[in-house]
Design a binder for this molecule. Structure first.
Ligand code: ZN
Length: 138
């Protein structure tokens, strides 16, 4: 398993980690299989979405904030740390993504990027990358 650090700069942001994941994959030398990209945090997740238009990240963060208000909306929050919105958003995004690998390359679509989703930054985050060997060549 490999890991790398990500220094986030805002309370909420999507950080493109595609290059770091590709680098970890290159270091492992896996040709066929998949790579698991995992956030071992409760207030930062991992997702895959469009990387070309920065407005997509902006729209996702804006709508997540509407879905899960900081103050908890009518349901309210009890968690004393005051970051329940971040915990909820992290579970909505999920802690990991599994990306197919063929020919030693991530099989992302043309517009796809892998994002660390920060919801309680700025912080120093860690991302784990585990290659999973298997399958026939494409
Ligand atoms: Zn908390």
């Amino acid at each position: 398993m490999r890991r790398f650090g990500v220094a986030t700069a805002k309370r909420e942001e999507f950080v493109d980690i595609t290059a770091q994941v590709a680098q970890a994959l290159a270091e492992c030398g896996l040709a066929e299989g998949a790579v698991l990209v995992y956030s071992p945090h409760t207030t930062a997740g991992v997702t895959i979405n469009e990387g070309a238009d920065p407005d997509v990240k902006r729209d996702m963060l804006g709508h997540l904030a509407e879905l899960v208000p900081l103050a908890g909306g009518r349901a309210g929050f009890r968690h004393a740390e005051g970051n329940s919105d971040a915990h909820l958003k992290t579970s909505l995004m999920g802690p990991s993504q599994l990306v197919p690998v063929s020919g030693g390359r991530l099989q992302l679509g043309t517009w796809q990027k892998i994002y660390l989703c920060e919801f309680d930054g700025p912080r120093r985050r860690t991302v784990l990358v585990q290659t999973l060997a298997g399958g026939e060549g494409a």
